[in-house]
Design a protein around this ligand. Structure first.
Ligand code: 9G3
Length: 570
């Protein structure tokens, strides 16, 4: 591709509203342009990257026996009403009407459509298993579309659905997708981890998220540092190791202390001279059914997902001032478990073994000291209900857990019979018995993967594409376009590399070399090939590696093989 013919409008300045580096660089390097909030044009460079990612995905889906199909973006409301999800999803579901006033949605995902397809076409065990996938635009009307391609309202997703006869079949399909995803992100040249995730209150079913590791990631993951163990979980899911049993002696007498205006753990700790870990933090939550008190150590945070799963409810929210006063008789900051009546008390494992702790007294400006569970209050549920932190022991092997940040680029789920039951997708087994098909679903955010690759691979000068997904392998820069010798040599190199199967941009623009170097760095192709005066006189070509800045002089006749060799490592 010649730069003079390529629509890659680079920008000197970072647009002001771009908050994350991938958004800034995609705009500056001329990969995307905004059309509406969370909706973008993908310019030619972006399309090349997207196609490369899609091709890797297709090859790995097909390797596992996946079959590609295409389902409609425009989906009739009836199917969503059948699954019950027309009413479950609120404004996030894009809804529209046709000329006959019939309701439709723009597909945010395709469980309803594909389950209905399989209901119609599959009736015997002989037709199973099936792995069906598509790569297509998805629509979700996010409350706050932001971070460029990280959270768009229109985005490209690969979604695969598995259909099996039984749980064993589902397990095989699930492992196939786990392996495929591992191969895909490896081939894309990304540093990533599959992590256990939470499967929700229904429980039982497995789910993993594939996280691209990047400081800027929104998600927090914990993984075992020991080489021997591969435990990794997202922060919602990570399990705490049960604290050691404490010998409950030396229990002191409970006593009231004035704590004027001390509402936070920090203020109470400071005022009473008691460490945060020796204070019981009491938080009131409301579910759709009841109010509950949740107790964690003062230095810990409640994990609301674990709380939701413990209670088996639909939602949990911190209670407001009004509820707090009604339940405790005091204002916010003075709640405690002693004498608390009429609500369930859920305590974290660590609170159950605490000794002589401080806690709110359910009276304004007063805390108890020397509170002891069992003696001074009783607990309804003792369970793991807190966030696990960096440096805690691994639940698998006891070595240290390390916290890292990541971007979720893929997720795999065991669905079971949820959709096949609701939509009536059944088959006849070998004994002629009617059974629901067992399903799994597996997604990869294609456009998000492109953005995540940039979040993980960039420097102050621009993007650094992994070779496998780079829009081009190299940029060829004739230093002086007025020098006929240089332009001729650059053209010859361009033709030779193309013949060797390499994708290059020939920067034939009549710009200063400095401008071209800057744009090449910004766009981030793995290699830059500079054709200057020396190339002509010494027949040695300068090849520079974008990631390291290292340059090597390659004898002109060895250029193709040298470039191919360099790309293997990038
Ligand atoms: C909706 C809306 C938003 C949604 C969904 C439905 C997320 C929804 C979960 C999934 C699960 C899997 C197939 C590929 C892998 C992920 N946001 N999800 O179901 F109506 Cl508005 O999409 N689907």
């Amino acid at each position: 591709m010649r730069a003079t013919e390529l629509l890659a409008p680079t920008l000197r300045e970072a647009p002001a509203d771009a908050e994350v580096v991938s958004h800034r660089l995609l705009l500056r390097a001329g990969f995307i342009r905004r059309v509406a909030a969370g909706v973008y044009n993908y310019l030619p460079l972006a399309v090349r990257v997207i196609k490369k990612i899609e091709q890797i995905i297709r090859e790995e889906m097909d390797r596992q026996g996946g079959q590609e199909l295409l389902m409609p973006i425009l989906q009739p409301a009836e199917l969503w009403q059948e699954s019950g999800r027309w009413d479950v999803y609120g404004p996030e579901l894009f809804r529209l009407k046709d000329r006959h006033d019939r309701d439709f949605a723009l597909g945010p995902t395709h469980e309803e459509i594909i389950t209905t397809l399989v209901r119609g076409e599959v009736n015997s065990y002989k037709q199973l298993p099936l792995l069906l996938y598509q790569i297509q635009n998805k629509y979700r009307d996010e409350r706050r579309p932001r971070f460029g391609l990280m959270r768009g309202r229109e985005f490209i997703m690969k979604d695969l659905y598995s259909f099996d006869r039984d749980e064993e079949g589902l397990q095989i399909s699930y492992l196939k997708m786990h392996e495929a995803y591992t191969r895909i992100f490896q081939r894309c040249g990304l540093r990533f981890r599959p992590v256990e995730a939470d499967s929700g209150a229904i429980g039982g079913s497995e789910t993993h998220e594939f996280m691209v590791l990047a400081e800027s990631g929104e998600a927090s993951v914990l993984f075992c540092e020991s080489g021997a163990c591969d435990y990794a979980a997202n922060v919602e899911r990570a399990a705490q190791v049960s604290p050691p049993e404490k010998v409950k002696d030396n229990l002191k007498n409970i006593a009231e202390k004035e704590t004027p205006d001390c509402r936070t753990i920090e203020e109470v700790s400071q005022f009473l001279g008691i460490a945060a870990q020796d204070i019981i933090k009491t938080l009131l939550y409301e579910t759709e059914a009841e109010a509950v008190a949740v107790l964690v150590r003062g230095d810990r945070d409640v994990n609301e997902i674990k709380l939701l799963n413990t209670l088996g409810c639909l939602r949990v929210n911190l209670a407001g001032e009004e509820t707090i006063r009604k339940v405790t008789g005091a204002s916010r900051g003075f709640s405690g478990p002693v004498g608390l009546k009429g609500i369930k008390i859920i305590a974290d494992l660590e609170v159950a073994s605490i000794i002589n702790a401080a806690a709110g007294a359910n009276k304004d400006n007063i805390h108890w000291i020397n509170v002891n569970p069992g003696r001074d209050f009783s607990i309804d549920i003792i369970t793991d209900v807190r966030m696990v932190e960096d440096g805690e022991p691994c639940p698998c092997c006891g070595q240290k857990l390390k916290e890292a940040r990541g971007i979720e680029v893929g997720q795999i789920f065991k669905l079971g019979i949820k959709y096949s039951k609701l939509l009536g997708a059944t088959y006849l087994d070998e004994g002629g018995k009617v059974k629901p098909v067992i399903m799994g679903c597996y997604g990869i955010g294609v456009t998000r993967t492109m953005a995540a690759a940039i979040e993980q691979n960039n420097d102050q000068d621009g993007i650094i594409w992994p070779a496998a997904i780079a829009p081009f392998h190299a940029v060829i820069i004739p230093v002086n376009t007025k020098d006929a010798g240089q332009t001729a040599l650059a053209e010859a190199i361009y033709a030779r590399l193309a013949a060797a199967g390499l994708e290059t941009i020939l920067d034939d623009r009549a710009e200063r070399a400095g401008v071209k170097f800057k744009d090449a760095d910004l766009i981030g192709c793995p290699l830059r090939i500079t054709v200057g005066a020396k190339a002509l006189t010494e027949r040695q070509i300068e090849v520079r590696v974008r990631r390291t800045g290292e340059t090597t002089m390659i004898p002109e006749e060895k250029l193709e093989s040298a470039v191919l060799e360099l790309l293997k490592e990038l």
